[in-house]
Design a protein around this ligand. Structure first.
Ligand SMILES: Nc1ncnc2c1ncn2[C@@H]1O[C@H](COP(=O)(O)OP(=O)(O)OP(=O)(O)O)[C@@H](O)[C@H]1O
Ligand SMILES: [Mg+2]
Length: 225
């Protein structure tokens, strides 16, 4: 089944001195179980693309189907529900809630989905090596640790579709390798669809498909291997 289908997608921003087209004629189908890396220079539209594909932000024109349903056919509530239950998102800037501890940040995501499994939260924290930070607040953590908390939060509801924006940007080699293993497992064992923005060669190599953006357009879309 196709999880994402984009046809002639455009995104423009109206600025004081004119219109900025950040996504140009994007055509893309991503099927359930795929592992896709999105690469491209800074400002090429990578984050904009996944914000739109995840329903976080609106396209300017074109067609977008999410889970085989046109995005226009979702009510605001239905889209929110879909995002909570089926879509995980790891932001480039983490977006943790500073007033909540590490544990509570992850727990909140589970609460939104209506089901808190404490053991699962501890298991995920342990897999991501953040268990010893459970009662820490985000401002007490390094960038790499915040990134891992953001990843745990995105995984807690077992999303079918997981977006990650530069998840290894602040990780050292060892932690990057641990995360790569985790992502591989999420994809191969749990059939989760992964869409991951990266500058890291190893991450792009592990993905099964690489999409390259330049100036808001797809200039390459290839299967790895
Ligand atoms: N809310 C906004 N209003 C106006 N312009 C925006 C907005 N968000 C993004 N842009 C512009 O869209 C373009 C693409 O930005 P985007 O963040 O998607 O790039 P990126 O490929 O993710 O870059 P990076 O690798 O630095 O994260 C940039 O020129 C940016 O200035
Ligand atoms: Mg970005």
């Amino acid at each position: 089944m196709s999880i994402i289908k984009a046809l002639n997608l455009f995104k423009t921003y109206t600025l004081q001195d004119g219109i900025d087209t950040v996504l140009k004629d994007i055509n893309l189908t991503i099927n359930e179980g795929e592992y896709v890396a999105i690469i491209g220079p800074t400002g090429s539209g990578k984050s904009s693309l996944i914000r739109i594909l995840s329903g976080l932000e609106q396209k300017t024109s074109g067609n977008l189907m999410l889970f085989e349903k046109p995005i226009e056919n979702y009510s605001t509530d239905a889209l929110t529900e879909l995002r909570i239950a089926d879509i995980g998102f790891v932001f480039q800037s983490y977006q943790l809630i500073n007033e909540l501890t590490v544990y509570e940040n992850i727990e909140l995501a589970a609460t939104l989905n209506g089901f808190v499994d404490k053991d699962k939260i501890y298991q995920l924290m342990s897999e991501l090596h953040i268990k010893s930070y459970a009662s820490f607040y985000p401002n007490m953590l390094s960038g790499g640790t915040k990134q891992r908390v953001a990843i745990a939060r995105a995984l807690i509801n077992n999303p079918r579709l997981l977006f990650l924006d530069e998840p290894t940007g602040n990780l050292d080699d060892k932690t990057t390798n641990q995360l790569l293993l985790l992502l591989k497992e999420q994809n191969e064992l749990h059939q989760r669809t992964l869409i991951i923005i990266t500058h890291d060669k190893d991450v792009a190599t592990q993905a099964k498909r690489v999409i390259e953006l330049k100036n808001g357009a797809i200039i390459r879309d290839e299967t790895n291997g």
